[in-house]
Ligand binder design. Structure first.
Ligand code: HEM
Ligand SMILES: *[C@@H]1O[C@H](CO)[C@@H](O)[C@H](O)[C@H]1NC(C)=O
Length: 319
Protein backbone atom coordinates (compact mmCIF):
# COMPACT_ATOMS: atom_id res chain seq x y z
CA UNK A 1 0.00 0.00 0.00
CA UNK A 2 1.34 3.43 -0.91
CA UNK A 3 1.77 5.67 2.08
CA UNK A 4 2.72 9.31 1.75
CA UNK A 5 5.62 10.03 4.04
CA UNK A 6 5.54 13.63 5.18
CA UNK A 7 8.40 14.80 2.87
CA UNK A 8 6.83 13.07 -0.15
CA UNK A 9 3.49 14.67 0.61
CA UNK A 10 5.09 18.12 0.94
CA UNK A 11 6.91 17.56 -2.34
CA UNK A 12 3.64 16.69 -4.08
CA UNK A 13 1.95 19.76 -2.61
CA UNK A 14 4.78 21.95 -3.87
CA UNK A 15 4.47 20.48 -7.36
CA UNK A 16 0.70 21.04 -7.43
CA UNK A 17 1.03 24.60 -6.14
CA UNK A 18 3.74 25.51 -8.62
CA UNK A 19 1.69 24.10 -11.50
CA UNK A 20 -1.26 26.24 -10.41
CA UNK A 21 0.85 29.35 -9.89
CA UNK A 22 2.99 29.01 -13.01
CA UNK A 23 0.42 27.82 -15.52
CA UNK A 24 1.46 30.44 -18.08
CA UNK A 25 5.08 29.30 -18.23
CA UNK A 26 4.89 25.74 -16.99
CA UNK A 27 6.26 24.56 -20.34
CA UNK A 28 9.64 26.32 -20.02
CA UNK A 29 12.45 23.93 -19.14
CA UNK A 30 16.23 24.04 -19.50
CA UNK A 31 16.01 20.64 -21.25
CA UNK A 32 13.37 21.70 -23.77
CA UNK A 33 15.63 21.12 -26.83
CA UNK A 34 17.88 18.41 -25.41
CA UNK A 35 16.66 15.82 -27.91
CA UNK A 36 15.38 18.08 -30.71
CA UNK A 37 18.48 20.30 -30.86
CA UNK A 38 21.26 18.91 -28.69
CA UNK A 39 23.91 21.26 -30.09
CA UNK A 40 21.90 24.43 -29.44
CA UNK A 41 23.79 25.67 -26.38
CA UNK A 42 27.17 25.24 -28.07
CA UNK A 43 26.04 27.00 -31.25
CA UNK A 44 24.75 30.03 -29.35
CA UNK A 45 27.82 30.14 -27.12
CA UNK A 46 30.26 30.13 -30.04
CA UNK A 47 28.21 32.71 -31.95
CA UNK A 48 28.35 35.02 -28.95
CA UNK A 49 32.03 34.29 -28.35
CA UNK A 50 32.93 35.41 -31.85
CA UNK A 51 30.69 38.50 -31.65
CA UNK A 52 32.20 39.53 -28.30
CA UNK A 53 35.70 38.89 -29.60
CA UNK A 54 34.99 41.31 -32.47
CA UNK A 55 33.42 43.90 -30.15
CA UNK A 56 33.15 43.54 -26.38
CA UNK A 57 30.20 45.91 -26.23
CA UNK A 58 28.09 43.37 -28.10
CA UNK A 59 27.60 41.46 -24.84
CA UNK A 60 25.85 44.55 -23.47
CA UNK A 61 23.83 45.20 -26.59
CA UNK A 62 22.41 41.66 -26.59
CA UNK A 63 21.51 41.74 -22.89
CA UNK A 64 19.62 44.96 -23.50
CA UNK A 65 17.77 43.44 -26.49
CA UNK A 66 16.58 40.64 -24.21
CA UNK A 67 15.30 43.13 -21.60
CA UNK A 68 13.50 45.15 -24.28
CA UNK A 69 12.00 41.96 -25.74
CA UNK A 70 10.72 40.62 -22.41
CA UNK A 71 9.15 43.89 -21.20
CA UNK A 72 6.96 44.19 -24.29
CA UNK A 73 4.30 41.45 -24.35
CA UNK A 74 6.72 38.91 -22.87
CA UNK A 75 9.89 37.31 -24.24
CA UNK A 76 8.62 36.43 -27.70
CA UNK A 77 11.23 37.79 -30.09
CA UNK A 78 8.94 40.72 -30.94
CA UNK A 79 11.80 43.25 -30.83
CA UNK A 80 13.54 41.33 -33.62
CA UNK A 81 10.76 41.90 -36.18
CA UNK A 82 11.26 44.49 -38.89
CA UNK A 83 8.33 46.77 -39.68
CA UNK A 84 5.87 45.30 -42.23
CA UNK A 85 2.98 46.69 -44.24
CA UNK A 86 0.57 45.50 -41.54
CA UNK A 87 2.32 46.67 -38.37
CA UNK A 88 4.86 49.19 -37.10
CA UNK A 89 7.28 47.22 -35.00
CA UNK A 90 9.35 47.84 -31.91
CA UNK A 91 12.69 48.59 -33.56
CA UNK A 92 11.59 52.15 -34.24
CA UNK A 93 9.94 52.75 -30.87
CA UNK A 94 11.45 55.56 -28.77
CA UNK A 95 13.56 53.39 -26.46
CA UNK A 96 14.96 51.36 -29.39
CA UNK A 97 15.36 53.64 -32.42
CA UNK A 98 19.00 54.53 -33.12
CA UNK A 99 19.85 52.77 -29.88
CA UNK A 100 19.02 49.05 -29.69
CA UNK A 101 21.62 47.06 -31.62
CA UNK A 102 22.93 43.54 -32.17
CA UNK A 103 20.18 42.26 -34.49
CA UNK A 104 22.70 40.92 -37.01
CA UNK A 105 24.37 38.83 -34.28
CA UNK A 106 21.06 37.11 -33.51
CA UNK A 107 20.48 36.62 -37.26
CA UNK A 108 23.89 34.97 -37.64
CA UNK A 109 23.28 32.63 -34.70
CA UNK A 110 19.79 31.81 -36.01
CA UNK A 111 21.30 30.83 -39.37
CA UNK A 112 23.66 28.42 -37.60
CA UNK A 113 20.86 27.01 -35.46
CA UNK A 114 18.60 26.49 -38.50
CA UNK A 115 21.40 24.64 -40.29
CA UNK A 116 21.61 22.21 -37.39
CA UNK A 117 17.93 21.99 -36.32
CA UNK A 118 15.46 23.17 -38.92
CA UNK A 119 12.36 25.09 -37.74
CA UNK A 120 12.84 23.92 -34.17
CA UNK A 121 14.26 26.71 -31.98
CA UNK A 122 12.53 30.04 -31.41
CA UNK A 123 14.28 33.38 -31.86
CA UNK A 124 13.08 34.28 -28.35
CA UNK A 125 14.98 31.31 -26.89
CA UNK A 126 18.09 32.13 -28.93
CA UNK A 127 18.00 35.66 -27.51
CA UNK A 128 17.59 34.35 -23.94
CA UNK A 129 20.61 32.06 -24.33
CA UNK A 130 22.67 34.73 -26.10
CA UNK A 131 22.02 37.23 -23.28
CA UNK A 132 23.15 34.67 -20.69
CA UNK A 133 26.29 33.87 -22.68
CA UNK A 134 27.09 37.56 -23.29
CA UNK A 135 27.06 38.25 -19.55
CA UNK A 136 29.22 35.23 -18.81
CA UNK A 137 31.73 35.88 -21.62
CA UNK A 138 32.61 39.30 -20.19
CA UNK A 139 33.12 38.02 -16.66
CA UNK A 140 29.60 37.68 -15.23
CA UNK A 141 27.75 34.72 -13.75
CA UNK A 142 26.07 31.93 -15.68
CA UNK A 143 22.73 30.23 -15.06
CA UNK A 144 20.40 27.64 -16.56
CA UNK A 145 18.01 29.22 -19.05
CA UNK A 146 14.49 27.77 -19.06
CA UNK A 147 13.52 27.24 -22.72
CA UNK A 148 10.45 26.59 -24.85
CA UNK A 149 9.35 30.14 -25.72
CA UNK A 150 7.66 30.78 -29.03
CA UNK A 151 7.92 33.78 -31.32
CA UNK A 152 5.21 36.35 -31.85
CA UNK A 153 3.78 37.02 -35.29
CA UNK A 154 3.49 40.71 -34.57
CA UNK A 155 5.13 43.54 -32.63
CA UNK A 156 3.80 46.62 -30.89
CA UNK A 157 5.48 50.00 -31.14
CA UNK A 158 3.03 51.54 -28.70
CA UNK A 159 3.60 48.80 -26.11
CA UNK A 160 7.38 49.34 -26.42
CA UNK A 161 6.88 53.06 -25.87
CA UNK A 162 4.74 52.59 -22.80
CA UNK A 163 6.37 49.58 -21.08
CA UNK A 164 10.06 50.50 -21.13
CA UNK A 165 11.43 52.93 -18.53
CA UNK A 166 13.30 56.03 -19.68
CA UNK A 167 16.58 57.47 -18.36
CA UNK A 168 14.81 60.29 -16.50
CA UNK A 169 12.64 57.87 -14.48
CA UNK A 170 12.25 58.33 -10.72
CA UNK A 171 12.70 55.48 -8.27
CA UNK A 172 8.93 55.30 -7.81
CA UNK A 173 8.43 54.97 -11.56
CA UNK A 174 11.12 52.29 -11.87
CA UNK A 175 9.59 50.27 -9.02
CA UNK A 176 6.15 50.53 -10.54
CA UNK A 177 7.19 49.71 -14.13
CA UNK A 178 9.06 46.59 -12.95
CA UNK A 179 6.19 45.80 -10.59
CA UNK A 180 3.89 45.79 -13.62
CA UNK A 181 6.01 42.86 -14.83
CA UNK A 182 5.82 41.09 -11.46
CA UNK A 183 9.45 41.99 -10.76
CA UNK A 184 10.22 43.17 -7.23
CA UNK A 185 12.21 46.29 -6.30
CA UNK A 186 15.10 43.94 -5.52
CA UNK A 187 14.84 42.37 -8.99
CA UNK A 188 14.81 45.88 -10.48
CA UNK A 189 17.91 46.93 -8.57
CA UNK A 190 19.75 43.71 -9.45
CA UNK A 191 18.77 43.87 -13.15
CA UNK A 192 19.92 47.49 -13.36
CA UNK A 193 23.39 46.12 -12.58
CA UNK A 194 23.50 45.19 -16.28
CA UNK A 195 24.66 48.80 -16.60
CA UNK A 196 28.04 47.55 -15.44
CA UNK A 197 28.65 47.01 -19.17
CA UNK A 198 27.76 48.95 -22.31
CA UNK A 199 27.51 52.55 -23.38
CA UNK A 200 25.04 55.39 -23.28
CA UNK A 201 24.60 58.27 -25.69
CA UNK A 202 25.18 61.79 -24.39
CA UNK A 203 21.56 62.80 -25.01
CA UNK A 204 20.42 60.43 -22.24
CA UNK A 205 22.73 61.75 -19.50
CA UNK A 206 23.34 65.38 -20.54
CA UNK A 207 20.81 66.82 -18.16
CA UNK A 208 22.32 64.88 -15.27
CA UNK A 209 25.93 65.94 -15.79
CA UNK A 210 25.07 69.64 -16.22
CA UNK A 211 22.22 70.20 -13.79
CA UNK A 212 22.04 67.57 -11.05
CA UNK A 213 23.61 67.96 -7.63
CA UNK A 214 23.79 64.32 -6.51
CA UNK A 215 26.73 63.70 -8.83
CA UNK A 216 30.43 63.36 -8.10
CA UNK A 217 31.95 66.61 -9.35
CA UNK A 218 35.03 65.06 -10.92
CA UNK A 219 32.82 62.50 -12.65
CA UNK A 220 30.55 65.23 -14.03
CA UNK A 221 33.58 67.08 -15.40
CA UNK A 222 34.94 63.90 -16.94
CA UNK A 223 31.68 63.17 -18.77
CA UNK A 224 31.22 66.79 -19.86
CA UNK A 225 34.49 66.36 -21.76
CA UNK A 226 32.78 64.28 -24.45
CA UNK A 227 29.16 65.37 -23.93
CA UNK A 228 28.82 69.07 -24.69
CA UNK A 229 25.90 71.24 -23.59
CA UNK A 230 24.65 71.19 -27.15
CA UNK A 231 25.53 68.89 -30.00
CA UNK A 232 27.20 65.51 -29.74
CA UNK A 233 23.89 63.85 -28.87
CA UNK A 234 25.04 60.41 -29.90
CA UNK A 235 28.53 60.58 -28.38
CA UNK A 236 29.06 57.46 -26.28
CA UNK A 237 30.26 57.09 -22.70
CA UNK A 238 30.67 53.86 -20.74
CA UNK A 239 28.15 53.27 -17.97
CA UNK A 240 30.84 51.93 -15.66
CA UNK A 241 33.74 54.31 -15.20
CA UNK A 242 35.76 51.59 -13.40
CA UNK A 243 35.59 48.49 -15.64
CA UNK A 244 33.71 49.54 -18.78
CA UNK A 245 33.44 46.15 -20.48
CA UNK A 246 33.67 43.77 -17.53
CA UNK A 247 30.57 42.39 -15.82
CA UNK A 248 31.11 42.96 -12.09
CA UNK A 249 29.59 44.85 -9.15
CA UNK A 250 31.43 48.12 -9.92
CA UNK A 251 28.11 49.67 -11.05
CA UNK A 252 27.04 49.72 -7.40
CA UNK A 253 30.39 51.00 -6.16
CA UNK A 254 29.96 53.84 -8.63
CA UNK A 255 26.46 54.60 -7.35
CA UNK A 256 27.76 54.84 -3.77
CA UNK A 257 30.25 57.48 -5.02
CA UNK A 258 27.50 59.31 -6.94
CA UNK A 259 28.99 58.18 -10.21
CA UNK A 260 25.81 56.81 -11.75
CA UNK A 261 25.58 57.84 -15.41
CA UNK A 262 21.82 58.12 -15.92
CA UNK A 263 19.42 59.92 -13.61
CA UNK A 264 17.60 56.56 -13.31
CA UNK A 265 20.83 54.83 -12.23
CA UNK A 266 21.52 57.27 -9.40
CA UNK A 267 17.89 57.00 -8.26
CA UNK A 268 18.81 53.57 -6.84
CA UNK A 269 21.16 55.27 -4.37
CA UNK A 270 19.71 58.62 -3.49
CA UNK A 271 18.38 58.25 0.04
CA UNK A 272 15.55 55.85 -0.89
CA UNK A 273 14.45 52.28 -0.36
CA UNK A 274 17.20 50.68 -2.48
CA UNK A 275 20.20 52.30 -0.76
CA UNK A 276 20.86 49.39 1.60
CA UNK A 277 20.71 46.84 -1.22
CA UNK A 278 23.02 48.95 -3.41
CA UNK A 279 25.51 49.03 -0.53
CA UNK A 280 25.26 45.24 -0.15
CA UNK A 281 25.88 44.66 -3.84
CA UNK A 282 28.79 47.12 -3.76
CA UNK A 283 30.41 45.15 -0.92
CA UNK A 284 29.44 41.58 -1.81
CA UNK A 285 29.86 40.71 -5.49
CA UNK A 286 28.58 37.15 -4.96
CA UNK A 287 25.26 38.47 -3.68
CA UNK A 288 24.87 40.62 -6.80
CA UNK A 289 25.78 37.75 -9.14
CA UNK A 290 23.28 35.41 -7.53
CA UNK A 291 20.45 37.96 -7.44
CA UNK A 292 21.15 39.07 -11.03
CA UNK A 293 20.96 35.49 -12.32
CA UNK A 294 17.74 34.85 -10.40
CA UNK A 295 16.16 38.04 -11.72
CA UNK A 296 17.21 37.29 -15.32
CA UNK A 297 15.42 33.93 -15.11
CA UNK A 298 12.37 35.66 -13.63
CA UNK A 299 12.35 38.29 -16.36
CA UNK A 300 12.85 35.53 -18.94
CA UNK A 301 9.72 33.79 -17.65
CA UNK A 302 7.53 36.66 -18.84
CA UNK A 303 5.49 35.20 -21.68
CA UNK A 304 2.84 36.58 -24.02
CA UNK A 305 -0.70 36.32 -22.69
CA UNK A 306 -2.37 36.69 -26.08
CA UNK A 307 -1.74 36.40 -29.79
CA UNK A 308 -0.50 33.53 -31.92
CA UNK A 309 3.03 32.25 -31.64
CA UNK A 310 5.28 30.20 -33.91
CA UNK A 311 8.86 29.12 -34.43
CA UNK A 312 9.99 31.93 -36.70
CA UNK A 313 12.35 30.84 -39.50
CA UNK A 314 13.83 34.32 -40.00
CA UNK A 315 13.96 36.37 -36.80
CA UNK A 316 13.13 39.54 -38.76
CA UNK A 317 9.77 38.44 -40.17
CA UNK A 318 6.76 36.30 -39.34
CA UNK A 319 6.59 33.00 -41.27
C1 HEM B 1 15.93 50.43 -14.80
C2 HEM B 1 15.55 51.02 -15.90
C3 HEM B 1 16.44 51.18 -17.09
C4 HEM B 1 16.60 52.33 -17.81
C5 HEM B 1 15.92 53.66 -17.57
C6 HEM B 1 17.56 52.04 -18.84
C7 HEM B 1 17.96 52.95 -19.81
C8 HEM B 1 19.01 52.76 -20.68
C9 HEM B 1 19.53 53.75 -21.58
C10 HEM B 1 18.98 55.16 -21.75
C11 HEM B 1 20.58 53.20 -22.24
C12 HEM B 1 21.46 53.86 -23.29
C13 HEM B 1 20.92 53.64 -24.68
C14 HEM B 1 21.66 54.42 -25.73
O1 HEM B 1 22.46 55.29 -25.41
O2 HEM B 1 21.42 54.16 -26.93
C15 HEM B 1 20.72 51.85 -21.75
C16 HEM B 1 21.68 50.96 -22.16
C17 HEM B 1 21.80 49.69 -21.69
N1 HEM B 1 20.89 49.02 -20.88
FE1 HEM B 1 19.48 49.91 -19.76
N2 HEM B 1 17.97 50.75 -18.73
C18 HEM B 1 17.30 50.18 -17.68
C19 HEM B 1 17.39 48.86 -17.28
C20 HEM B 1 18.13 47.90 -17.90
C21 HEM B 1 18.03 46.49 -17.65
C22 HEM B 1 17.03 45.83 -16.71
C23 HEM B 1 18.97 45.88 -18.43
C24 HEM B 1 19.26 44.42 -18.61
C25 HEM B 1 19.00 43.48 -17.72
C26 HEM B 1 19.65 46.92 -19.15
C27 HEM B 1 20.72 46.74 -19.99
C28 HEM B 1 21.36 47.76 -20.68
C29 HEM B 1 22.63 47.59 -21.33
C30 HEM B 1 23.50 46.37 -21.25
C31 HEM B 1 22.90 48.81 -22.00
C32 HEM B 1 24.10 49.13 -22.90
C33 HEM B 1 23.75 48.71 -24.32
C34 HEM B 1 24.84 48.94 -25.35
O3 HEM B 1 25.95 49.37 -25.01
O4 HEM B 1 24.57 48.67 -26.53
N3 HEM B 1 19.11 48.12 -18.83
N4 HEM B 1 19.75 51.60 -20.81
C1 LIG C 1 34.15 61.12 -6.15
O1 LIG C 1 34.94 60.15 -6.83
C2 LIG C 1 36.19 59.90 -6.24
C3 LIG C 1 36.93 58.90 -7.10
O2 LIG C 1 37.57 59.59 -8.13
C4 LIG C 1 36.02 59.35 -4.84
O3 LIG C 1 37.28 59.17 -4.23
C5 LIG C 1 35.17 60.30 -4.01
O4 LIG C 1 34.88 59.69 -2.78
C6 LIG C 1 33.88 60.63 -4.74
N1 LIG C 1 33.15 61.63 -4.01
C7 LIG C 1 32.02 61.37 -3.34
C8 LIG C 1 31.35 62.54 -2.70
O5 LIG C 1 31.53 60.26 -3.25
Amino acid sequence: MAVFTRPAFLGLAVVILSVLAGAANAQLSPNFYSTSCPKLAGIVRSGMASAVQTEKRMAASIVRLFFHDCFVNGCDGSILLDDTSTFTGEKNAGPNANSARGYEVIDAIKTQVEASCKATVSCADILALAARDGVNLVGGPTWNVPLGRKDSRTASQSAANSNLPGPGSSLATLISMFGNKNLSPQDMTALSGAHTIGRSQCQFFRNRIYTETNINASFATLRQGTCPRSGGDSNLAPFDVRTADGFDNAYYQNLVEQRGLLHSDQELFNGGSQDALVRQYSNTPSRFSADFATAMVKMGNLLPTSGTQEIRLNCRKPN
